[in-house]
Ligand binder design. Structure first.
Ligand SMILES: CC(C)(COP(=O)(O)OP(=O)(O)OC[C@H]1O[C@@H](n2cnc3c(N)ncnc32)[C@H](O)[C@@H]1OP(=O)(O)O)[C@@H](O)C(=O)NCCC(=O)NCCS
Length: 389
C-alpha cells in the first residue's frame, strides 16, 4: 500500500445532508409509529432543536434517575441549560433531533462531527424523558442519528456510556455498537465509582489502517542521551506564543493530537487564551534553555469526575521527545498528587511512540483503543486510552 503524504489528496467526503438547511433546521419530517402494550400506538415525529426546548431538557437533566447515567453536573438551572442550547445552536457543528410523541417532546439525539485528524468520526448523545422510556423512542432516535451521521459523510459513530446503564448499553448493542475501550472509575455516583465505556460503530470501512510494522517504522527521531538538567516544566507566558505557533505547525510533532497544520497565529492565540486555570483548563509546558520542547494541556474536571483529562500532548519529535514527554507526565502526576485528584486519563495514538513510552514508564495502563480514530498520512490509526493509576 502506498503511503499518501497529503491528507487532502485522500478521499474523505463530508457530504451535505440534504435535510439540514444552513440554519441547521431539520425539515424532513419523518413519521414513526411506536407501539407499546396491547392496542396502543402513537405517532413520533422529528424536528430540529430550538432554545424553547430548554425547559423539558432541564426536567430530564434534573431527574435523579437520568442523572445517574447521563452524567453532567447535577442539578442545573433552566437558565444554564438554555445557555448551553444557545451555544450548540450558534456553533452549528453538532446536529440535534428532537422526537415528538403525539406532539410533545419526548427525547433528543445529537450527532457531533469531530475535527482535524478525527473529522471522519461523529459522537452521539441521547436522552429520552423518563415517562417515555421503553416505548421505542430511543431506538427511533438512534436510527435517525445513524442515518444523519451517514448523510454527513461520517465513517464512524462513537459514544460514551457509564457502567450500570443497561438500558443504554442494550440500545447501542442492538444497533451494532461495540465496546472499544473503557476508563476505570471515571465518575462517582450514589456511593460507587463507575467505569466509562467508549463504544463505536463503523458506518463505512476505514481503510487503509496502519499496520504495526508501519507504525514502528514511523518511530520519531530519538535524540542521543543528554543531561536533562536544563529541561524544566513551567507555565506558558505571552512571550511564548511564537514558539507554541512553531510547534503547532510541525507536521510530525502534531500527529499525537487532532491538530492538522497549518495553524494560523490567530488560532494559536485563541488556543492560548482558552487556557483558564480558574475553570480547570491548564497547560504544562516543557522548555530547554527557553526553547519549547512540548506541552501537555489538560482539564481538571469538576464533580462527579474528580479526574484529570489530558486533552492534547505534543512534543517536538526532533528535540529530545522522550525527555520532554517524561518531564510533562512527571509534572501532571505532581499536580494530581498535590490537589488529590483521583486518576489521570489520556488518549494517545499508537504511533506517538515517545509519549506512549513515557506513559508506560510512568505506570499508565491501557484498556483498549478507539478504532481508526485518527486519519494521518493516508492511514487510519487507533487511539489508545491510558489511565493512571
Ligand atoms: C437510554 C435511553 C435513551 C433509552 O431510550 P428508550 O426510549 O427507553 O429506548 P427503547 O424503548 O427504544 O429501548 C431500546 C432498548 O433498550 C433496552 N431496554 C429497554 N428497557 C430496558 C430495561 N428496563 N432494562 C434493560 N434494557 C432495556 C432494550 O434492548 C430495548 O430494545 P428492544 O425493546 O428492541 O429490546 C433512555 O433510557 C434514557 O434516556 N436514559 C437516560 C439518559 C441516558 O442514559 N442516556 C444515555 C447516556 S449514554
Amino acid at each position: 500500500m502506498s503511503k499518501i503524504a497529503d491528507e487532502s489528496a485522500v478521499s474523505q467526503p463530508i457530504l451535505h445532508a440534504p435535510f439540514i438547511d444552513p440554519q441547521n433546521n431539520y425539515f424532513l419530517e419523518v413519521i414513526w409509529f411506536v407501539s407499546w402494550g396491547v392496542g396502543l400506538s402513537s405517532q413520533l415525529k422529528f424536528r430540529s432543536l430550538s432554545v424553547e426546548d430548554a425547559d423539558w431538557i432541564a426536567e430530564v437533566e434534573n431527574d435523579p434517575e437520568t442523572a445517574k447515567y447521563y452524567i453532567s453536573v447535577y442539578p442545573r438551572t433552566e437558565h444554564e441549560i438554555r445557555e448551553s442550547v444557545k451555544k450548540w445552536l450558534e456553533d452549528g457543528r453538532e446536529k440535534q433531533l428532537v422526537a415528538e410523541l403525539d406532539g410533545e417532546p419526548a427525547g433528543c439525539v445529537s450527532v457531533g462531527p469531530s475535527t482535524g485528524r478525527s473529522r471522519h468520526v461523529a459522537w452521539l448523545g441521547i436522552f429520552v424523558r423518563r415517562k417515555h422510556w421503553g416505548k421505542g423512542v430511543g431506538s427511533a432516535l438512534t436510527e435517525e442519528a445513524v442515518k444523519l451521521a451517514k448523510a454527513l459523510g461520517c465513517r464512524r459513530l462513537m459514544l460514551g456510556t457509564t457502567e450500570g446503564n443497561d438500558r443504554a448499553m442494550n440500545l447501542y448493542k442492538k444497533f451494532g455498537f461495540e465496546i472499544e475501550t473503557h476508563v476505570s472509575e471515571e465518575a462517582y455516583v450514589d456511593g460507587c465509582w463507575r467505569k466509562s465505556y467508549i463504544m463505536g460503530l463503523e458506518l463505512t470501512p476505514c481503510e487503509p489502517k496502519i499496520s504495526e510494522s508501519l507504525a514502528d517504522s514511523k518511530m520519531p527521531f530519538s535524540s542521543p542521551e543528554k543531561s536533562v538538567a536544563n529541561v524544566v516544566v513551567k507555565q506558558l507566558m505571552d512571550g511564548d506564543l511564537e514558539q507554541i505557533h512553531r510547534l503547532q505547525n510541525c507536521p510530525e510533532s502534531t500527529k499525537s493530537s487532532r491538530k492538522i497544520p497549518p495553524i494560523t497565529k490567530e488560532q494559536t492565540k485563541k488556543w492560548y487564551e482558552a487556557l483558564k486555570s480558574m475553570s480547570g483548563r491548564h497547560c504544562l509546558a516543557c522548555f530547554e534553555n527557553n526553547k519549547l520542547l512540548g506541552y501537555l494541556r489538560f482539564v481538571a474536571r469538576p464533580l462527579p469526575y474528580s479526574n484529570l483529562n489530558i486533552e492534547e500532548m505534543i512534543v517536538d519529535v526532533n528535540e529530545r521527545p522522550e525527555e520532554a514527554a517524561d518531564a510533562l507526565i512527571t509534572a501532571i502526576k505532581g499536580f494530581k498528587e498535590r490537589y488529590g485528584y483521583r486518576r489521570i486519563f489520556g488518549y494517545i495514538p499508537q504511533t506517538s511512540t515517545a509519549i506512549v513510552k513515557a506513559l508506560k514508564n510512568h505506570g499508565f495502563k491501557t484498556n483498549g483503543a478507539m478504532k481508526s480514530y485518527y486519519f494521518t498520512d493516508g492511514y487510519y490509526v487507533d487511539v489508545s486510552s491510558y489511565e493512571y493509576p
